[in-house]
Design a binder for this molecule. Structure first.
Ligand SMILES: NC(=O)c1ccc[n+]([C@@H]2O[C@H](COP(=O)([O-])OP(=O)(O)OC[C@H]3O[C@@H](n4cnc5c(N)ncnc54)[C@H](OP(=O)(O)O)[C@@H]3O)[C@@H](O)[C@H]2O)c1
Length: 331
C-alpha cells in the first residue's frame, strides 16, 4: 500500500510517499480501505518531533473514513465494504491506503439512516467534533445560558466548538480569528460575534458590558491565553487545548485562581484515548451522530491528494486555512 510517512522529524518536506506491506487487522482490529484522511495540527506536531521517541518511519493521521476491508477474529458487527469513519489517533496511520484500527474506534456510517454522511465529511469529523463534544460536556461542563469565547474560531476545531457550544445551550458565543478575511467565514459556526485576536480582550469586555465570559476554549496559547484569563467571570473556566501559536508555555499561579474563583482545565484527545478508550468511543459515536443528523456541520474547504500531504501541512502550519483540510487517499 501507499502511505505518507515521517522518516525523520522536520519541515513539511520530510513527509515522504512510501510503499509498505498491506497490514492485516489484529484480533480486535478492523482494516479500512481509506478513502479520505483528515489533516490536523496534531500531525504537524508529530512531524516536528513533539514525541521524540516515536519509532520512525511513522505514518501520521489521526482520523480517516473509508470502507471495511477486513475484520479481526474477535470483532463483530461490521461487514466488508461497510462505510465507516475512524479515529486512528491511538497509533496514527490515517495517511495510508489501508489503516488498521481498534474496533471500538471505528464507527459505521450506515446505522439505520436514510442519508448517510459522505466520506469526506466523515473523515474530517472524528477528531475535532469529538473534541468539541467532550470539551463542552465533560471539561468545561457548560450550563445553559453561559457565555463562551473560542479562539481560532474559523479553524478545524474552532468551527466545531462554536457549534457545539450553541448545541449545549450557550447564551452567547464569541470567536476570535487571526485575520480579517476569516471574520465572515467564521460566523456560520454558531458564533454571535467574531473579533480579531489582536485586540480581542478589549472587544470582549465591550461586547459583554464588562462582565466577561464563563468559558474560554483556547487552542492558540501564548499571549492569547494570558489575555484570556482576566476575562473569566467568577466560576469561569479556561480550557487549554492546544498551542497553535508555538509560544512558550503560560505559567498560572494557583493562588490567583483561588483568589479569583477561576479554573484552568486541560484536554487532550490522544491522551484520553490511551487512558479511557471507551469514553472516547462513546463520545465519538455521539459526535458523529450529530454530524450525520446535520446538527454539526463540518466544512471541508481544501482537498489534496495523499502525495500532496507536504503542501497540506504547509497550508495548515501557515495559519491561512479555514475549516478543514482533507487528503484524498483512494477516493
Ligand atoms: N487537545 C486536543 O485534543 C485537540 C484536538 C484538536 C485540536 N487541537 C489543537 O487545536 C489547535 C487547532 O487545531 P486544528 O487542527 O483545528 O487547526 P486549525 O485551527 O484549523 O488551524 C490552526 C489555526 O491556529 C491559528 N493560529 C494562531 N497562531 C498560529 C501560528 N503561529 N501558526 C499557525 N496557526 C496559528 C490560526 O487561526 P487564526 O487565523 O484564527 O489565528 C490557524 O488557522 C492545534 O493547536 C491543535 O493541536 C487539540
Amino acid at each position: 500500500m501507499r502511505t505518507v510517512a515521517i522518516p525523520r522529524f522536520g519541515e513539511p518536506e520530510v513527509l515522504a510517499l512510501m510503499h509498505q506491506p498491506d497490514p492485516v487487522p489484529g484480533p480486535r482490529e478492523v482494516a479500512i480501505d481509506v478513502a479520505y484522511a483528515g489533516v490536523n495540527y496534531a500531525e504537524i506536531l508529530f512531524r516536528q518531533g513533539i514525541a521524540p521517541d516515536l519509532p520512525l518511519p511513522f505514518v501520521p493521521g489521526i482520523e480517516a473514513a473509508g470502507t471495511v476491508r477486513a475484520v479481526g477474529e474477535q470483532v463483530a458487527g461490521f461487514r466488508i465494504g461497510q462505510p465507516v469513519a475512524a479515529l486512528t489517533i491511538a497509533q496514527g496511520g490515517g495517511y495510508a491506503e489501508i489503516a488498521t484500527v481498534p474496533a471500538h474506534l471505528v464507527f459505521p456510517l450506515d446505522a439505520g439512516r436514510t442519508v448517510n454522511p459522505d466520506l469526506v465529511s466523515a473523515a474530517a469529523a472524528p477528531s475535532n467534533v469529538t473534541t468539541a463534544y467532550l470539551i463542552m460536556s465533560e471539561v468545561a461542563r457548560i450550563r445553559p445560558g453561559e457565555t463562551v469565547l473560542v479562539h481560532a474560531a474559523a479553524g478545524g476545531v474552532g468551527s466545531a466548538i462554536g457549534q457545539m457550544a450553541r448545541k449545549f445551550g450557550a447564551g452567547r458565543v464569541i470567536g476570535t480569528v487571526g485575520s480579517a478575511d476569516k471574520i465572515e467565514y467564521a460566523r456560520q459556526f454558531g458564533y454571535d460575534d467574531i473579533v480579531l485576536r489582536d485586540r480581542f480582550a478589549e472587544q470582549v469586555r465591550e461586547l459583554t458590558g464588562g462582565s466577561g465570559v464563563d468559558i474560554v476554549v483556547d487552542p492558540v496559547g501564548g499571549t492569547t491565553r494570558r489575555a484570556s484569563l482576566p476575562l473569566l467571570k467568577p466560576f469561569g473556566r479556561l480550557v487549554a487545548m492546544g498551542n497553535a501559536s508555538g509560544a512558550d508555555d503560560v505559567a498560572q499561579s494557583t493562588n490567583e485562581l483561588w483568589l479569583s474563583s477561576r479554573a484552568v482545565l486541560g484536554f487532550n484527545l490522544q491522551q484520553l484515548t490511551a487512558h479511557d478508550p471507551d469514553r472516547v468511543s462513546q463520545a465519538a459515536r455521539e459526535a458523529l451522530r450529530l454530524v450525520a443528523d446535520g446538527e454539526i456541520k463540518v466544512d471541508v474547504t481544501d482537498m489534496l491528494r495523499l502525495e500532496e500531504a507536504p503542501e497540506a501541512h504547509r497550508r495548515l502550519q501557515a495559519g491561512i486555512t479555514k475549516g478543514k483540510l482533507v487528503l484524498a487517499v483512494r477516493p
